[in-house]
Write a protein that binds this ligand. Structure first.
Ligand code: ZN
Length: 225
């Protein structure tokens, strides 16, 4: 049972887009043992010290539950370190070798430089070689691997490598378009900047026509067709 010990786990999962996951999958993918009751979580005390250090009155009603809430947030956003892709990507035999595209997957991850949330849309495609996976499994792999402090460049290549090693397709491509609050709110202050990262594996590295078809399908999805 995934719980944070105070009955708010539903709220947390909704925020992370996990509300549609079955209990078994949540436990398997998120590693239920990592979400401890807040009162037992050492991180809560660490967050309280951080708040005190920056001059916040933690007795104020707005901050009273903040250490527990923030601790829970960071626990959830570090669950990706224990992900086992082979448990998410259940495969089925198939003779299809046509392009499969799963696009417009919302993702949220943590920037490793500032520990701030960044996120955006992620697009994925593969060409099967005897095995396929259910369409929801792609989103689950993305959400699971995004629950880490990881740069967007590494996130897309980790997703591609995990998929290649478990499903063994002819090739795959992963493209992420992210908005980074650490760029928007501090430093150069460019709120409308987007960062695009793309990795190609296997047949996508060789056949430019597949990448063009992938980009075309994403553009059609953007227009709502
Ligand atoms: Zn950052």
């Amino acid at each position: 049972m995934v719980s944070n010990g105070n009955g708010n786990h539903r709220e947390g999962h909704a925020a992370l887009g996990l509300e549609n996951w079955g209990p078994d999958e949540r436990e398997q993918i998120l590693g239920a043992s990592l979400i401890r009751p807040a009162s037992q979580d050492r991180l809560e005390g660490i967050i309280r010290s951080l708040l005190v250090e920056i001059g916040i009155n933690v007795a104020s009603e707005h901050f009273r539950d903040t250490p527990a809430r923030v601790a829970r947030f960071y626990r959830e956003f570090s669950l990706g370190y224990s992900v086992r892709p082979e448990e998410i990507l259940k495969t089925f035999r198939s003779r299809s070798d046509s392009l499969v595209i799963v696009s417009h997957i919302d993702f949220f991850s943590l920037c490793p430089h500032h520990l701030l949330v960044y996120g955006g849309k992620l697009h994925f495609a593969y060409v099967p070689d005897g095995q396929i996976v259910g369409v929801s499994k792609i989103s689950r792999l993305v959400h699971a691997l995004a629950r880490r402090a990881v740069v967007q460049e590494a996130l897309v290549s980790d997703i591609a490598d995990a998929f290649m090693s478990v499903v063994k397709p002819l090739g795959c491509v992963v493209k992420a378009i992210g908005h980074h609050d650490c760029v928007a709110a501090r430093g150069v202050r460019c709120p409308s900047t987007v960062m695009t990262t793309i990795v190609k594996r296997g047949i996508f590295e060789e056949k430019e026509s597949l990448s063009r078809e992938f980009d075309q399908m994403i553009a059609e999805g953007n227009r709502g067709t």
